[in-house]
Structures are given as structure tokens and as C-alpha cells.
Design a protein around this ligand. Sequence first.
Ligand code: ADP
Ligand code: MG
Length: 694
Amino acid sequence: MRLTDNITILKGIGDKTAGIFRRMGIETVEELLRCYPRDYDRLEEVSRIAELKDGSRVVVRGTICSGVSERKSGRLTISFSQAADDSGKMNLSFFNMPYIKKMLKKGAGYYLRGKVHRRGSSFTMEQPVLLSPAEYEKQRGKLLPVYPLTTGLNQKAVRKAVSQVLAAMEAQNLLPEVLPPRILAEQDLCSASEALFWIHFPEDAEQLLRAKKRLAFEEFLVFLLLVKKMKRSAQAVPNAFPMLETADTVRFLEGLPFRLTEDQRQVWSEISGDLTGEYMMNRLIQGDVGSGKTVLAALALLLAVSNGYQGAMMAPTEVLATQHFQTLRGYTEQYKLPLKPVLLTGSLTAKEKREVYEKIESGECNLIIGTHALIQEKVNYANLALVITDEQHRFGVRQRETFSRKGAGDSGDRMPHVMVMSATPIPRTLAVILYGDMHVSVIRQLPAGRQSIKNCVVGTDWRNRAWKFLEKVTGAGRQAFVVCPMIESSEESDLENVEEYTEKLRGALPERLRIEMLHGKMKPVEKNRLMDAFSAGMIDILVSTTVIEVGINVPNATVMMIENAERFGLAQLHQLRGRVGRGQHQSYCIFINGSDSDRAEERLDVLNHSNDGFYIAEQDLKLRGPGDMFGIRQSGALNFRIADIYQDADMLMLADRVCGQITEDDAWEEKEEYLELAALLARSVRNNIDFPGI
Ligand code: ADP
Ligand code: MG
């Protein structure tokens, strides 16, 4: 077996299953190996029925003591039975599992695993998983990997496939060690193959922690080396697209219904200073949600266009790109600006795309707004001088680089000015490492006159009252978001999911309310349609995953309710909260804390008391330790594959030091001890293995 082999060489994976894996971006053995678990599951010790606690997830060793009865309501079939141990009896209920009737035999003994709820004086276990005594004994005490899945695939199948690769890895020494032994020893890191064994099947928490540390270190190191390379090539490049201040930007600024804040003015002078200055711009604009970055982007693009160039702006989602397009088209019409904007996204038809390409190439359009469709091979720009990426933490280094290579000039050898905007406040200590190759501007201040958002952190027992509140607010004509961490229900997770939640909410609230759901597995056209409908006020409550976290601006939405808030990073929760409080109405954010740990309480309390993104990010860093293995990944922000800039901040700093040592010697890539590392770096560049990072 080789790392580059297709996964069909594994037992149990035929063309059909391979097709399902492909949907998750997994085709080769290596990609499977690098599909890390998103969580780990451990079977609970056996509980006695007399000692059950409401709402807990337990294992009961019970004997089935009644036949199975069924009840149908609509498309739902619920099957009921009962199990007993020597301390008492509990009820069992199964949803849409009609075959359970044949399977469950009165008198048979099982280990039953599931969440129990008290109803009156007795407990009901919902949707129990049944394990034979042998299965229970085998899995007991172990940490079982829980993988991200897609329809048609279950945990068992992925575990089996991964185990096969790990077995081959052991037998054939499949995986090269990229880090030199010296570094492994100095930093007390485990080897590459140990790390992979332990990340998939750790014996205990300590192994898992060691694996995570090693993999995070490696990921950071490779990333930092890449940034270093870019930095070297980007340093002090003479300004190939020099610009002059024009009357258009002044007129636009004077026409705006508001005055720029002090911070905005400062940042605008930095931007225009770059564009009109001696060197190419390579600047990151960090500004808290709602601090008004879009208008700065508009100014920069206007300056480029007034100087006779093209400007482009790239957003991570179609929804956001469309919104920017509408904003900029609005400005163009209202202030009679010389902009000729065009929108380029993946959902255009082939014919529409060709027309847009034409207009870009001929220079007929001078402002191009879109998603990553903007950097596809077929797009040739006439004279692109400035590219802005919004919410850039969603783009990888590679994408950023490709985009900047789209520069004007016949051979594309003149890279355009680069400006990136991010609403993810990153603590200064980390920012200087992660954005080592860029100048950083910061907007801390929010425009005056914003009403501050009212926050509350509550337990799940408060949910019904929160729903009543949604009913009241939407009744008054406002709109609301509800965010759940999961898309659909799954065996391993008690977390709220969008699909079931939408149903529950429709059942609980009056029929006149229009409640829809939105999540990342939907087609882009569908997502756009829903977002448009929500923006237009045709939907009252949108139940969604975190896909709505970036950039969206719907001023009439005044409530953000977040389920399982304990599962998100603070910075991410702050982003989500930023979706409300954008209009003239009082806005609210309800964080539902689904855990009873004090730590969760303490973390969420930070949000309750502050609306300052930078302060929140610092606290997030402080309140998380490396011991937080099952902790929260900041899924929206700086999305590395396994590393988390907050949780693994120690590894980031270490990788930064080591990167510094390695690159002290310009010719490090030729040294024997770094050959494997250099090869990995070259591979990631060539194969476009992106760091969803930065
Ligand atoms: P973000 O920085 O999160 O991208 P936006 O650019 O979407 O924020 O701005 C949020 C809202 O604030 C927009 O409606 C914008 O027109 C408005 N805005 C921007 N700057 C100011 C300002 N100086 N005073 C008042 N409102 C402003
Ligand atoms: Mg924005």
C-alpha cells in the first residue's frame, strides 16, 4: 500500500463507497489518514435504573421485560418497550425503527446506551443503542473516534477503513517522518506514525494529547514556512500600480450619510498611503464586526478604478459576495461613481460566465465581485491593480497567492495590491506570528449611536421562554436567527441539529410564522434563495448552522439565539452575535448553555459582559488550556485542519521559534535533515493542499 493509492484498495470499499468518500474530499489513503476524528466517544460505566438522573447519557444493563408496541403519527413510527435491572424498570422508545419489533426479544439481555428523560415517576431511554455483552466489554474504557460523516457512511465503516491503513502503516513503514529527529527530541514530540495511531485510536487521553500536539506543531510549522516564503517574495516590491488621490473618493466620502469614525479615517489614510506610495500594498484590516470595513473597501476600489485600473473583491460565500455586489452597485448609482461592477459566482450558468469573463478581459467592467470563482484559470483580467478579500480567514494562503498572481501585465508578473479584511480579532501575540508577512491596520471603534445588544446566557430549561420571546419579536415584525451546531441528528451526539430543531420550532410556534432552515450541505442556489428571502423579510425565523456567521447584513434581524453555545469558541460566538444589532431596533442575543460545567459558564460569561471582540479573543486565549482536548475548535476562524490557534497557542509559538531557527540558513531546504520537510512543503504548494488557515 502507498499513501497515494486510491482507497478502493482497502477491504470493504468498492466503487460505490469510494464515491461517498469522494464527496468528503477523500480519495487516497493519505487523505483518509488525514481525516481526523471530530470527537471521541467513550462508553459510560453501567448505571442502575434506580439511580438514573434526568437528561444524562447512560449505559444500563437490562433485560427486555415487555413486548413491543407501536404508535404512528404522520410519517413517524414510535416503538415502545421496557427494560429492567435488579433495581427497577425503565421505558424504551425508538423513532422510525419498525424492525426493532422483530429484533427485541422479551427476556433478552442487552447493554442499552442512550439519553434518559424522566416522565412522571419513571425514566424513558430514547433511541437506545443496543450492545451485546461482548461488544460492550470490547469497547469499554477506550476512546472511539467519531468522524465527520456524510449520508451513506457510518462510523463503523470509517473506523474499519482507517484501521486497515494504520495496520499497513505499521507493517510497511508507510509514512515518512518529516521532522528531523533533533527537533522531535528537543521539543519532546512523538513521531509522525505514533501521532496518527493515537489521533485515530488513542488508548487514553494522554496519548491523544501528545498526538494533537505533534500534529498541530507540524501544521503550524509548515504553514509558517510557507508564509516565510511568501514574505520573502513580497517584501518591498516597488509599486507597479501607482495611484493618485482623486476627486471621486472625496465626493463619495462627502456624500455618505455618516462621517467615518476616527479609526476608519486612520485606516483609510493607511490604505490610500499604500496605494499612492512607493511600495505594493500587502495589508490586513482587522476590524470588529460592524466596525464598517465595507465602506473602506469601496473607497479603495474606487481609488483604483478612478486611476484607470480594475479592482476585485472576493468573499468566502455567494451570499456575502452577492450582498457586497448589491452594496457597491447601490453606491455606484447613488453617488454616480465611475464603477462598473459585475458579479461572478459559481452559480452562474456557463453562458453567463463566458459573458462575464469577456467583460473582465476587455476591461468593460472595472469592478469584479465574487467568490473564489474569481481566481479560476479562465479569468483573465485586463488591468487588475487591487484585490480585496473579505473575511479572509476563510481563504487559504494558496488561494490568496493565486489571486495575487492574477495581476495585470501581459505575463501576470505584476502582482496587484493586496488588501484583506477580517472581523476575527486575534490577540496581538498571535497576530504577529500568523500575519508575519503583512502590515496590520486595526479598527477598534464602532460607529457612534449603535444600540448595544442585550445578552443573556441561560440553561436549556429556559428554552421555552426563549421561543415565546421569538414569537413576540417576530410578531412585532422583526426577524430572528437560531443557530445549532449540527445539521442532522446522529447517534453519537446530543447536540441540537438544524433539521430536527426546525421541526420542533414549527410545531411549537404559531403556524403563521415562516420558519426555514439553512445549512452548509445545501446547494449554493438554494442557500442564496433562502438568504434573499430572509433579507427581503419573507422568512421570520432562520434556523441555521454557523454558515451565517460571516458578514451577512440584515438590519431587521434583532434576535440571535444560539443552542449549545458551550460548543463554540468565544470569538465565533461574538461573530454570530454580530449578525444582529445592525439596525435601529434593540437587538438581543440568547446563548443557550447546554452543559453544566463551571468552565462553560465562566467562558460564556465573558460574552455576557463584553461586546469588544479584541477583549473577548484575549479572554478566549486565557480561559483555554492545552488540556482542553475535547474542547472547542474555533470552526469559523483560522481554520487549520487540526491545530487551533487558541487551544494550541503554545505550539504556535514553538513552531514560530523553530521556523525562525530553520530559516536562519537561507539554504535550509537543501540540508539533509530537512529534506522530508522541504518535500512536504513543495507537495503542499504543488497539490494545492490548502491551509484553510489564513
Ligand atoms: P463590517 O466591518 O462588519 O463588515 P459593515 O461594513 O457591514 O461592517 O458595516 C456595518 C454597517 O455600518 C453598515 O450598514 C454601514 O453602512 C454602517 N457604517 C459604516 N461606517 C459607519 C460610520 N462611520 N457611521 C455610521 N454607520 C457606519
Ligand atoms: Mg463585513
